[in-house]
Design a protein. Structure first.
Length: 67
């Protein structure tokens, strides 16, 4: 199952790495693909949406699950 998370202010490779690392640490995440162009992360796995959003927030970014 994939989940797309909109992430604000992905402006550099460092931002991408920070968000990817935070999301990868969430239980149930199998992989993460980040797109700076689209300001989003596509997460593969069965992670809880609230935990994904908390991870993005903890990394210092605003996130929203795209339905």
């Amino acid at each position: 199952m994939s989940t797309t998370v909109s992430v604000s202010d992905l402006t550099c490779d460092g931002c991408e790495r920070i968000v990817r690392d935070a999301l990868t640490d969430v239980s149930g995440v199998e992989s993460v693909e980040i797109s700076q162009e689209d300001d989003e992360a596509v997460v593969e796995g069965d992670a809880d949406h609230d935990r994904l959003l908390r991870a993005v927030d903890y990394a210092g970014y605003d996130g929203e699950i795209q339905e």
